[in-house]
Design a protein around this ligand. Structure first.
Ligand SMILES: [Zn+2]
Length: 288
């Protein structure tokens, strides 16, 4: 005969029994009772089944926790990526803003000399500009690449009052005095690549690769334009070297159309000197 009171005691012990927390004696007592009591056996089986389901639930919760951790990691990675993009963007913005400031300061310089070279298919165009106060002189020369002879030459001069033009053809200079001033302009000291327009500025920051390089012994930034490749051969870089110290262009890629209408990629090169131009450089036109 099964003692109902014993059933109650055994049922109270089940939770600990399932978790293996009961002593050996208690286990014997429970198991003896179970041998005789079918009701309690069924109750235990059901409890064990539920326990198993609980464990499975826990596994799902653990999985969800782990997933959440991974998701947080993913969020962190994305945040870091965005942050590094912002840092790269800001770095470019700071470099460009600095260079722009430096070139703006150059507007105050009223004594400078610029050598400009453009490498054509069969000739080199050389333009030298002397600027002092409000006077200036500009020489344009086309030099044959093979024999070094001058193909044609032109001198533009503004002596402070009048503009004079000297054009050399067939080894003779033609001289034109007091021509329209509008036709003659000195090369300004500025970086044509850098723009203070906010949209161009942002576009340049986003789509320009900036590397610090050494060019002819000068520390320079190489700007490679990634969005607007105007190069004739699309495999060539659209680039410009800018002097880190003053923001001036040292070299730039360029497309050139030659006399026989074939187009090709080449480059221009510029050199600068400050505060070395004398009145003589501008007023005494050396005609030979
Ligand atoms: Zn029982």
């Amino acid at each position: 005969m099964i003692n109902k009171k014993e059933c109650e005691i055994v049922k109270d012990l089940f939770p600990n029994y399932i978790d293996n927390l009961t002593s050996k004696d208690t286990n014997n007592f429970i198991e003896n009772h179970l041998n005789e009591c079918k009701d309690c056996r069924l109750i235990l089986e059901e409890m064990q089944e539920n326990e198993k389901l609980d464990l499975e639930d826990n596994e799902i919760i653990n999985f969800a926790k782990k997933f959440n951790k991974k998701y947080n990691l993913l969020k962190l990675i994305v945040a870091l990526l965005v942050l590094s993009c912002v840092i790269v963007f800001l770095r470019k913005g700071i470099i460009m803003a600095n260079l722009l400031n430096k070139t703006n300061l150059l507007a105050n310089i009223n004594n400078y000399y610029i050598e400009y070279y453009q490498y054509n298919d069969d000739s080199i165009t050389v333009i030298t500009s002397y600027v002092k106060d409000n006077k200036y002189l500009r020489k344009l020369k086309n030099i044959n690449k093979i024999d070094g002879n001058i193909i044609d030459e032109m001198v533009e001069q503004f002596d402070g009052e009048k503009c004079n033009l000297y054009i050399k053809s067939e080894n003779e200079y033609q001289t034109y005095y007091d021509v329209e001033k509008n036709n003659i302009m000195p090369i300004a000291l500025k970086s044509y690549y850098l723009s203070s327009n906010i949209f161009d500025f942002i576009k340049n920051c986003l789509f320009t690769k900036i590397q610090q390089v050494e060019y002819n012994g000068i520390i320079a930034y190489k700007f490679t334009n990634l969005y607007n490749n105007q190069m004739i051969n699309k495999n060539d870089d659209n680039y410009v070297y800018i002097d880190k110290e003053n923001g001036l262009i040292l070299r730039a890629s360029s497309g050139v159309v030659s006399t026989d209408n074939t187009a090709y990629n080449t480059f221009i090169e510029l050199k600068y000197k400050f505060n070395s131009v004398t009145d003589d450089d501008i007023l005494n036109v050396d005609l030979k």
